[in-house]
Ligand binder design. Structure first.
Ligand SMILES: [Zn+2]
Length: 159
């Protein structure tokens, strides 16, 4: 029997967003207090019998979140209305553009596919799953897909 060991760290941050082309309250500018769970794995335990020191994950991923997303307005790069509004805010306003609507699904996938490979590059671990809680009750999960599947798998959960 083969087993797999993973480590997961939780992060909290606050952000603003709005959903483009959406018929509902989330089309307005608003914010969330997000909770994110990032799971990483390593083929073999390191010399300390760890997948990774939790402090390394905190430093690598937590620093990126603090710098780029915490208290930022996260917007779709095609959302010209929001970009016009943000341009009035001046250079001290924190904003972050992404491809796609800034849903929990897209933000989970962005962290797993774009951010984690870069910030974890020299750690020997690989992120395999990101669960993004937009609220306490609603989350999206993006996981590395099995080898036969070409891209990451996405699922949303609303409880
Ligand atoms: Zn929202």
């Amino acid at each position: 029997m083969s087993s797999k060991l993973t480590c997961t760290r939780r992060f909290h941050f606050s952000y603003g967003h709005r959903l483009m082309n959406y018929d509902g309250p989330c089309s307005s500018l608003h914010g969330h207090n997000a909770t994110v769970y990032v799971t990483v794995e390593r083929k073999e335990l390191n010399s300390l019998d760890m997948v990774v020191d939790f402090s390394v994950i905190k430093k690598k991923i937590g620093s990126w979140i603090d710098e780029c997303w915490d208290h930022a307005f996260i917007y779709c790069q095609d959302d010209t209305a929001v970009m016009a509004a943000l341009s009035c805010m001046g250079p001290t306003n924190k904003a972050f553009g992404i491809p796609g609507n800034p849903t929990a699904e897209v933000l989970a996938r962005y962290l797993l596919e774009q951010v984690c490979p870069k910030v974890l590059a020299d750690t020997g671990v690989k992120a395999t799953s990101v669960i993004f809680f937009e609220t306490d009750n609603c989350s999206a999960r993006c996981s590395v897909a099995p080898a036969a599947s070409p891209s990451s798998g996405l699922e949303s959960v609303m409880e």
